[in-house]
Design a protein around this ligand. Structure first.
Ligand code: ADP
Ligand code: MG
Ligand code: MG
Length: 899
């Protein structure tokens, strides 16, 4: 088996297609060498070798040593130098590089091969003793840290590892000599420092610093392999979901030196601006330095050109001015690379005595805005085709474009107070309020309010509406607050467990800091971070490029995208984001919203009435309100389907808790207030989400069903008479058996005929269907489809009931499940393909067997999750429905699924 692949100007064995085997760094170095770009020669040891090495606990596979020696020999010949040679010594770097870039997560050792045997020769040859001792002190620092400490599994005590100790020696040395910069150290200073360093290494680590080039190389290669399992690398892999089995490659490469003096330098650049996407060359450089100084942020680098300069860089010299020759060459390479890779690249370079060398290139990380801008511009430039352009933007990245965001500049300098779950993306700042009422009041005088609650319930809705951002101490991503916030495109952080709230005292505590009502905080809902004071917001508003991009994506999309919207306003927002209908209109919303007092009062009368007569009267009283809401929405969505769900939540959610409200109701119903209290208590359920709700209400209180259906039909009839084209779809929630549908359908049919007759119409066009959110109804889909013209998968409840996880309580255990890898992902965020998904597939198949033209959709929160959208596409659904602000995400995800 081949474990070692050489690259050099004469013969290069690998290329960019060998990413998996060579790692990104090795593969791209080979590719650049093939393109004739100046790359210091070297060779890459494969990820397979890494895996074999790690599996066996540190021994190399058969044949490796010969291949290594062979490649090293070739490298020596190529460079005209020899490893360990006293007169013409070759120095190398040992660099890590996995399949997917993990910037800074693994280790690299530079200047390998410097020993007491090679130092004098190199000084003689270069005539630059300062440079040689600077390189040696860097080798000692890196090698002691990476090879002698970390790779040996020696834990640094109290963060005081060897690297830290050597840094301290260096700092103290500079202080005693009154020196500001490393660059001010003389040859003699550096020589003395190297002596101090090797001494300290031996006392701390109990071992001499290796003085043989071969020992150094072997140690470095092994340590780089081991860094695959370093702490940083492991946690990064967990976050980015990179498999542990991939392993890293090791690239051994001839050193070039950016630290040879003022005509030498090192730097990092992006072929386009990674924050804005602008087509300008963007980068930073340092004179007389080695690459690690820039990438590890050890020194503050200067801009490479005017395009990179900012206000703060005024007096600083750019590379373009300092070394125009090398800069022009770099710019030419930038163009060659972009044309070749057809991507924005992140590159590392070093200049040795005015000669430019490329040390790395990889696809650069970027913001959502930059992704979109670059995709569209590269398309216009003819660099990429439409499908590639569409794929370049990740659906999630659109989030950024649809919400105001915290200025990343300011945020990088601000100190994070605490963190929670990023429930509603975007940024918000505002004055704190600790109750819904206070939020509403405060919002009248201050446009920006942050509502802080332990958790939220429907009675907080007005405060949530009035607030710019919502912060809760408890709750998960599908908690009420999160759901509502996303629906409104509102910035929201939930489950920030470090917060202690004292609502009665109008204050809260985070750590040892106390915040009072009116104090200002900033939330970054995209990252789940909380900051003290006000950070700047930047508006990432839609532009024509965004519109054009979405239109292009739509042309490839085959699955429909609808919105979950409960009001005319939400419907209009949804339409402006490209919704092709409403997949879920929640009737109950009209009782939560601001100004709903009248409606809520009547609903409460219905709920708390005892006699048939009392109830019938109240139901009649409510009908005009329901009709009006439905009519407004049907009108806003003229010509598009609107799925109207019958009343779903358990009744006690609407019951009044305050004594004042109870007295008011008692008066209206002509009973004693203790009687009202009794009736309220009687409505309490021990498990309301699985209690008296959904279709169960519609069956036990048929008047309620009849009233809602009548409202739908009257609204439809009136609009039709006015020349509109309403398309209502009546949807029955929480069903588990076809007999429930038989019961409700009878009411629907009778009411439809009655309304049509009254309005003088031959018929009223509508659809009748059910939600599939209880596993039993998925299994009984063939029967359910006998009466349903459509199914809408309510995946929130379907997930809850399939797992037996209470949606409102998962916050208690799900984080542990994810951390311990018991579940791969939060099933409330990403649809579980193997369990919940299986039920969906069964329902699709059985439902369509009964009714081939059955319409199928999904209306859970999953409708806006890209992976779930892909699943829905594969399962053959006709549409997904999601919150208005997630519609562009769903549209793009559906386009990605189809191409
Ligand atoms: P990372 O993956 O953390 O960026 P690298 O392997 O790219 O680590 O190395 C860190 C720094 O060392 C980079 O700035 C790189 O340019 C520099 N470097 C690596 N190999 C060489 C070399 N052969 N000559 C000069 N500089 C090098
Ligand atoms: Mg690098
Ligand atoms: Mg439900």
């Amino acid at each position: 088996e081949k474990y070692v692949y050489s690259f050099n100007g004469e013969k290069t064995e690998g290329d960019a297609s060998l990413m998996n085997l060579l790692g990104g760094k090795g593969a791209n170095l080979a590719e650049m060498a093939r393109l004739g770009i100046p790359v210091p020669p070297g060779f890459t040891i494969t990820t397979e070798c890494c895996n074999a090495f790690l599996r066996s606990g540190g021994s190399y596979p058969h044949g490796y040593t010969e291949q290594l020696n062979d490649a090293l020999g070739r490298l020596e010949k190529n460079m005209g130098l020899a490893f360990g040679d006293p007169d013409n010594p070759l120095l190398v770097s040992c660099r890590s590089g996995g399949r997917q870039s993990m910037p800074g997560m693994m280790e690299t050792v530079l200047n390998v091969g410097l020993t007491s045997g090679t130092i004098p020769g190199l000084i003689k040859k270069t005539g630059n003793g300062r440079f040689v001792y600077d390189s040696y002190r860097r080798l000692i620092m890196m090698y002691a840290d990476v090879v002698m400490e970390k790779a040996e599994g020696i834990e640094a005590m109290n963060g005081n590892g060897i690297r830290n100790q050597l840094e301290k020696i260096l700092a103290a040395f500079k202080e005693t000599r009154n020196l500001q910069n490393d660059a001010d150290l003389t040859e003699d200073d550096l020589k003395t420092l190297c002596g101090l360093f090797t001494e300290r290494v031996e006392t701390v680590l109990g071992e001499k610093f290796p003085d043989s080039p071969e020992a150094q190389l072997q140690g470095a290669i092994g340590a780089v392999f081991k860094s695959w399992n370093g702490k940083r690398a492991q946690s990064y892999r967990r976050i980015e979901q990179i498999p542990d089995s991939w392993g890293t490659g090791v690239t051994v490469q001839a050193m070039v030196f950016g630290n040879m003096g003022d005509t030498s330098a090192t730097g990092v650049a992006f072929t386009r601006n990674p924050a804005t996407g602008e087509n300008t060359f963007f980068g930073e450089w340092l004179a007389n330095a080695q690459g690690e100084d820039v990438v590890a942020g050890l020194r503050t680098p200067a801009p490479i050109n005017d395009a990179t300069k900012r206000e703060t860089n005024k007096g600083v010299t750019s590379l373009e001015v300092a070394m125009p020759g090398a800069y022009n060459e770099l710019e030419a390479i930038r163009n060659t690379l972009e044309r070749h890779y057809k991507e924005m690249l992140d590159i590392e370079f070093t200049i040795q005595n005015k000669r430019l060398y490329m040390l790395q290139c990889r696809v650069g990380k970027r913001t959502g805005t930059a992704s979109l801008v670059m995709a569209m511009e590269m398309l216009e430039e003819g660099l990429i085709d439409e499908v590639t352009a569409i794929k370049r933007v990740k659906p999630q990245q659109l989030n950024e474009l649809l919400h105001p965001i915290v200025d990343p500049e300011e945020e990088s300098r601000a100190e994070c107070l605490t963190e929670g779950l990023p429930a509603g993306p975007g940024g918000a700042f505002g004055h704190l309020a600790f109750t819904s009422d206070d939020a509403v009041k405060l919002a009248k005088t201050h446009p920006n309010v942050i509502l802080v609650r332990e958790e939220t319930n429907p009675e907080d809705i007005e405060g949530m509406r009035a607030a710019s951002g919502i912060l809760t101490a408890r709750g998960g991503m599908t908690s009420h607050a999160a759901l509502v916030a996303r629906g409104w495109g509102k910035c929201c952080i939930v489950g920030a467990g470090d917060i202690t709230i004292h609502p009665s005292m109008n204050k809260m505590q985070i750590g040892d800091k106390t915040f009072n009502q009116g104090d200002i905080l900033t939330l970054n809902g995209t990252r789940g971070r909380v900051y003290e004071g006000k950070l700047k917001m930047v508006d990432a508003t839609e532009d024509t490029r965004f519109q054009k991009f979405m239109q292009m994506a739509d042309a490839y999309r085959t699955m429909g995208v609808r919105a979950n919207a409960d009001t005319r306003e939400d419907a209009l927002v949804a339409k402006s984001y490209g919704a092709e209908g409403i997949g879920l209109f929640r009737t109950e919303h009209m009782f939560y919203s601001a100004g709903a007092d009248d409606r809520l009062f009547i609903l409460r009368k219905i709920i708390l009435s005892d006699t048939e007569g009392e109830r019938k009267a109240a139901v009649q009283e409510l009908e005009p309100y329901v009709k009006e809401e439905i009519k407004e929405t049907l009108k806003a969505m003229n010509g598009m389907p609107v799925t109207i769900r019958a009343l779903d939540p358990p009744l006690h959610e609407f019951v009044p808790h305050s004594r004042a409200k109870q007295i008011e109701l008692a008066e209206a119903l002509g009973v004693d207030v203790t009687e009202i209290k009794r009736r309220c208590e009687a409505l309490q359920e021990s498990n309301p989400m699985m209690g008296h709700r959904g279709v169960r209400l519609g069956i036990s209180v048929p008047d309620l069903t009849e009233m809602q259906v009548k409202a739908v039909f009257e609204a439809t009839a009136e609009l039709a008479k006015d020349g509109f084209h309403p398309q209502p779809e009546i949807m029955i929630p929480v069903t588990c058996d076809v007999e429930e549908l038989v019961f409700v359908r009878k009411i629907v049919n009778t009411t439809c005929e009655e309304v049509a007759r009254r309005y003088g119409l031959a018929s009223i066009v509508h659809k009748f269907g059910t939600m599939i959110e209880i596993p039993r109804s998925a299994l009984r889909a063939n029967q359910m489809a006998e009466l349903s013209e459509f199914f809408s998968f309510g995946t929130n409840d379907l997930t809850q009931l399939t797992y037996g996880f209470s949606r409102d309580d998962v916050g208690e255990f799900l984080p542990t499940y994810l951390e311990k890898k018991i579940l791969p992902a939060d099933p409330f965020q990403t649809l579980d393909p193997s369990g919940v998904g299986e039920l969906i597939k069964i329902a699709v198949e059985r439902g369509r067997k009964t009714r081939p033209d059955l319409k199928l959709g999904i209306c859970g929160e999953h409708g806006g999750d890209p992976d779930s959208v892909r699943f829905c596409y594969k399962a053959g659904l006709d549409y997904v429905s999601c919150s208005p602000y997630r519609i562009p995400i769903a549209r793009l995800a559906a386009a990605h699924a189809a191409i």
